[in-house]
Design a protein around this ligand. Structure first.
Ligand SMILES: NC(=O)c1ccc[n+]([C@@H]2O[C@H](COP(=O)([O-])OP(=O)(O)OC[C@H]3O[C@@H](n4cnc5c(N)ncnc54)[C@H](OP(=O)(O)O)[C@@H]3O)[C@@H](O)[C@H]2O)c1
Length: 308
């Protein structure tokens, strides 16, 4: 990735130009840069940001110039200005600053739909959250707790374990040192958990299936360690009538109403002090490559931001 001067972008029909104050770094940016998710080259990376609307194109009703906004799910946010479909922009309440918003849109709305919609947690459930000190992880642990579930987190270091505990995890397993399947069984008295939220993929998938209670849900929502190999659906039968889903944020923010509902829940919780957003690192935009090295190298906790 290199920093380049470009002409100021112009908004088309239904689009707005946002002057970016903070861009979020996400694991999907790494998959797109590596070519694991194909994007025509060359492209401006980044799928999340917050800032101020500077210009709008014809037909825009959702926002106006001067509005403080944030968005996720449209590419090109590692920039000083980005063109964004106006329907994806969420206006920020006074209590939410740009950095907090940039830290919440993609990872926060993901944690929201995972715990509230894909498998809606309820009191009495136990869940396993992999990479519990990561960007999605720390938010998912907190939202799972507010749903009343028992939360078991996995992490790679003692420092990350401390963060996961502070976020509310009832049990934390160092999965680089201990067998998380055996530990999960022990913690749940042999029963297993109702749901595993697995973003690690290749390295955890098989054992994640073995952590589930009968008719449990494996929610595979990422592949930080690499893609999962093909597998035989008969395994779902053998392990207890399990469910497997592979969701994306786009499936759960498909309409403006759904997008605003999730974003505004998150903003409310933060404003009331019920959801903590950890910004683990802030780097200048020119250091985007270093941000990717740290995220891919498991050296980050919470959110990583780029500041233009
Ligand atoms: N489907 C969706 O809608 C959606 C939306 C957002 C994010 N995601 C996925 O959720 C995951 C987390 O995203 P994030 O942006 O919040 O990143 P993150 O969790 O902050 O960073 C990834 C974490 O994964 C863990 N990990 C385990 N094995 C790894 C490996 N071989 N290489 C790198 N990391 C490894 C590391 O935690 P430990 O050191 O503790 O193991 C690392 O810190 C990603 O897989 C991402 O694609 C999916």
């Amino acid at each position: 990735m290199t920093l380049q001067e470009c002409p100021e972008p112009e908004p088309g029909e239904g689009q707005a130009v946002v002057r970016i104050e903070a861009a979020g770094v996400n694991f999907i940016d790494i998959y797109q840069r590596m070519g694991a998710y194909k994007i025509p080259l060359p492209f401006t990376p980044g799928n999340e940001a917050a800032g101020v609307v500077v210009r709008t194109g014809p037909g825009v009703t959702e926002v106006a110039a001067g509005d403080r906004v944030a968005y996720a799910g449209t590419i090109g946010s590692y920039a000083a200005q980005a063109v964004v479909p106006a329907w994806r922009l969420v206006r920020l309440p006074k209590a939410i600053d740009a950095k907090t918003a940039a830290a919440l849109m993609l990872q926060g709305m993901t944690a929201h739909y995972l715990a509230m919609a894909t498998y809606p947690l309820k009191p009495g459930d136990a869940c396993l959250v992999h990479a519990a000190a990561g960007g999605v992880g720390l938010l998912l642990v907190q939202i799972a707790k507010r749903r009343g579930a028992r939360v078991i987190g996995t992490v790679s270091t003692a420092e990350k374990a401390e963060l996961a505990r502070k976020a509310g995890a009832d049990n934390v397993i160092l999965y680089t040192e201990r067998d998380f399947e055996a530990e999960t069984r022990k913690i749940t008295g042999g029963k297993g958990v109702q749901v595993v939220y697995d973003s690690v993929g290749k390295g955890t998938f098989e054992k994640s299936l073995s952590c589930l209670a009968m008719r449990g849900y494996l929610v595979l929502y990422g592949q930080s360690s690499g893609p999962v190999a093909s597998f035989d659906p008969q395994v779902l039968n053998a392990k207890g009538g399990l469910y497997l889903t592979r969701p994306s944020l786009a499936h759960y923010t498909a309409t403006r109403e759904e997008l605003l509902g999730r974003a505004n829940d998150l903003f409310d919780w933060v404003a009331r002090g019920e959801l903590e957003v950890r910004i683990g690192a802030e780097l200048p935009l020119a250091e985007a490559a270093e941000a990717h090295r740290r995220l891919a190298g498991r050296l980050t906790t919470g959110k990583v931001l780029l500041i233009p």
